[in-house]
Design a protein around this ligand. Sequence first.
Ligand SMILES: *Cc1c(COP(=O)(O)O)cnc(C)c1O
Length: 380
Amino acid sequence: MFKERLLTPGPTTIPMEVLQAMNVPMLHHRSDVFKRELRRACEGMRWLLGWDSAPIFLACSGTGALEAAIINTCRPTDTIISVNGGAFGARWGKIAQRLGVSVHEIQVEWGSAVTTDQVREALATHPNARAFCIQHSETSTTVLHPVEEALRLVKGICPLMLTIVDGISSCATTPMPGDSSILDIYVAGSQKALMLPPGLSVMALSGYAWELVEKTPKRSLYFDLALERRALVGGETSWTPATTLIVGLNAAVEIFRREGLDATYARHKLLSKMTIAGLHALGCTVMAPQAPCPSVTGFFAPEGIEADALRAQIRSSFGIRLAGGQGPFKGKVVRVGHMGYVDPFDVIAAISAIGSTLKRQGQRVDPGAAVVAALNEVEG
Ligand SMILES: *Cc1c(COP(=O)(O)O)cnc(C)c1O
């Protein structure tokens, strides 16, 4: 028997407390009991995001909310600037293309973070773009983009440009990249560090974003954010919401409140440092050494080792599920998710399993030394 350990960058492990909170008879979404849960979820997410207005809840995975952000603010005659440094960065362009919105992509090499020079150059060539879109953590390359710096630059040079941030894999792992003075639309998703099943997205909008939403001709009924905002005033959502996940979110927020947000962020940073230290001790090349994100760490399989075979072996020998690569990194990398309900000993389990599997596959590595290297990152 193994304890199944889901160390993937979504979906993630759900704490027992959250599972139990969701294990209740079905609530009706127009009942007073559910309205109370929804109001609590609004307050909880406002606290978690440090946001001044009520967030919007959509019953869809994160990609749906990214699409909602674009469709509610961009007309077919508009252009967006998007940072494309990985599989998720490429998604802005795919969404915009289907909506007839033009895209100027800032091409960032996989594994690197966008630079302020690149952002400045895009703003100079497309000063009238409707929106600037970026990931906070680019999960596919494990990069944390310098988003706050980029947003300040955008607002400093083009104050009317909307800023849209995909915080799906960074929410609750690292501080928000600014408040509503520089950040207009922020998107989070349930199955990442929020420790919930997939199917719920949360969006936070600035006053300026709401102005644009109200002005932009409507092209989607399901994703009409103006309708959602009006429904929320009455304590409801327009359509049937993900009721069970909203109840679960309230339990998850309780856990974050108990831990304290600064401690949550510090824990994620520690897990990232432990994973990197352990991988370095195993002689592995880490994917994004200059700008590692606190939610996931990846490494290139050593010469002569198949990344996907390594993952399969780790799964069958130790019950630990790790993620593979996407795009150009397919079959070449292994990614260790450490977001949400993950603690230092989960990382120790991953490092031991990677080390001992590499050793069994003929690599000259010392798994014990890697464990010690990871533990050395834990202070006190
Ligand atoms: C997981 C993820 C998404 C959303 O993917 P879904 O499959 O729609 O949940 C979007 N952006 C980033 C950065 C992600 O990590």
